[in-house]
Design a protein around this ligand. Structure first.
Ligand SMILES: Cc1cc2nc3c(=O)[nH]c(=O)nc-3n(C[C@H](O)[C@H](O)[C@H](O)COP(=O)(O)OP(=O)(O)OC[C@H]3O[C@@H](n4cnc5c(N)ncnc54)[C@H](O)[C@@H]3O)c2cc1C
Length: 430
């Protein structure tokens, strides 16, 4: 009808061309997604939104999405731990397409070749046309920090809530808690625990000479002031803490929140070994495509973006966006490129403009070419210290009562995320 109209004909042509470009129709292609965190779930959702001829298999040992950034809050306020967990079936049931297109395989991937992945428990092989790796990163074994995220051993949502509540009990009854590492995670954890358990001494140990190192000056000052108001929290600066120091500091619960390790050991023995950097992160370009492997994509905490030839450092502006907006990267860049890869089209970097903006507003202190270097200061963030205290900053301006800071600290967006993914505020467990 539209096409027959003389003026609207070209609009109809344009619309149908766009649709043809966006929708792949042909032999059903198999997309295998490894992982079940934010990266994987947002990829599944986005890919399933459009009626492409694809079949998505998400392989993850857990049956739930774990809201990792809220685990300090769950330990500090265990009555809210059930808000940290969203069952996959509620996420995928909600969307008509996802329900029919996404299959969740309850297993861990142990082996990857250029054509299939193999699972650890059932030893099943899943062939793929496109592989997406979103296995995240975790803190090392040996301290309670490992439990800040659902790890890769099989766990139900119910057990995850139980695990967080048991950890809360241990903290509540502890002689002392030692948190090593004063990055955002260490700061949030020490502050939340300090506020929730005023009788438990909390030691925040950092090898830097102050907390908030690398953050703008007013932010550091605001954080230091926040810790002064918690008499049970002591900052021990200039010390490289280890689990062995806990006794000396009178602590029997330790969180080593320094340096996450990517969950990519399953790639180390197979043909994708060449995709890993020296720390085990998967090397990708800005499109999410793994360098040297055209039909493999990686995103989230397990991946780092490199220059196209694989040389040079990770681009810090990219790191900002990846760390602070896994969802946007998954939906706007990676999912789009998976579909383009399937359709045989050139990949695009849709977020280039946005990234340039973030890069322009970020502060550089002796950064290296290509935007790399540890001297890059993130242009803005909200560090939540308790349900009633947070430090928010944009471009170095600090506001403890800032609207976004106040919104975030209340519930850490858990209800909002649940509503968005399942249609319900939650909690989904008791
Ligand atoms: C305490 C804390 C506070 C944080 N605060 C913030 C914040 O304020 N803002 C922010 O943006 N980010 C924050 N983060 C980071 C944020 O949580 C991560 O960036 C995000 O979780 C990354 O998602 P992901 O999907 O890459 O990895 P993950 O969430 O780690 O998910 C990885 C998934 O892969 C699965 N998996 C692992 N290995 C395998 C395998 N071999 N086979 C199959 N599945 C596997 C795991 O079980 C897991 O389900 C915080 C993190 C922590 C721990």
């Amino acid at each position: 009808m539209l096409a027959e109209h003389p003026q609207l004909g070209c609009l109809a042509g344009c619309l149908s061309r766009n649709r043809r470009n966006r929708v792949y129709r042909g032999e059903t292609k198999r997309v295998v997604i490894v992982g079940g965190g934010f990266a994987a779930v947002h990829m599944c959702e986005e890919l399933a939104k459009q009626p492409h001829d694809i079949k998505i298999t998400m392989i993850c040992p857990n049956d739930h999405l774990d809201i990792a950034w809220a685990s300090p809050r769950a330990i500090a306020r265990p009555e809210t731990a059930n808000r940290n967990v969203i069952p996959f079936h509620k996420i995928f049931e909600r969307s008509k397409h996802a329900a029919s297109m996404v299959t969740h395989v309850h297993d861990t991937v142990a082996w990857v070749t250029e054509t299939y992945v193999e699972t650890a428990m059932s030893c099943e092989k899943y062939e793929y046309d496109v592989l997406v790796i979103g296995t995240g990163a975790t803190y090392a074994e040996g301290s309670e920090a490992k439990r800040l995220k659902s790890n890769h051993t099989s766990m139900s949502g119910k057990d995850r809530v139980k695990e967080l509540r048991e950890l809360a009990e241990r903290v509540k009854g502890a002689k002392g808690v030692m948190v090593v590492g004063a990055g955002p995670t260490g700061i949030e954890l020490a502050a939340e625990l300090g506020a929730a358990y005023p009788r438990v001494p909390v030691k925040l140990v950092t090898n830097k000479y102050e907390i908030g190192a690398g953050m703008p000056k007013p932010v550091k000052a605001a954080l230091q002031q926040a810790f002064v108001s918690r008499p049970n929290v002591t900052v021990i600066a200039g010390e490289r803490g280890s689990v062995l120091d806990a006794k000396r500091h009178g602590c029997d619960v330790v969180f080593m929140c320094a340096g996450m390790e990517p969950n990519t050991s399953f790639l180390g023995g197979g043909s994708l070994k060449a995709s890993l950097d020296e720390k085990g992160f998967v090397k990708t370009g800005l499109t999410g495509q793994v360098l040297g492997f055209p039909n493999v994509f990686a995103l989230g905490d397990c991946a780092k973006s490199y220059a196209a030839d694989g040389s040079g450092m990770e681009m810090m502006s990219e790191r900002y966006r990846r760390e602070h907006d896994t969802e946007k990267f998954a939906r706007r860049v990676c999912a789009l490129n998976v579909l383009r890869c399937i359709a045989g089209e050139a990949l695009v970097d849709k977020a280039a403009k946005e990234r340039r903006w973030w890069h322009a507003v970020g502060t550089h202190r002796g950064s290296t070419a290509g935007g790399g270097g540890e001297g890059y200061v993130y242009p803005g963030a909200v560090i939540s210290l308790s349900p009633s205290d947070s430090v928010g900053y944009v471009q170095g301006s600090v506001a403890r009562g800032w609207y976004m800071a106040a919104r975030k600290r209340k519930d850490l967006w858990r209800m909002r995320l649940s509503k968005k993914l399942t249609g319900h505020d939650g909690p989904h467990y008791t």
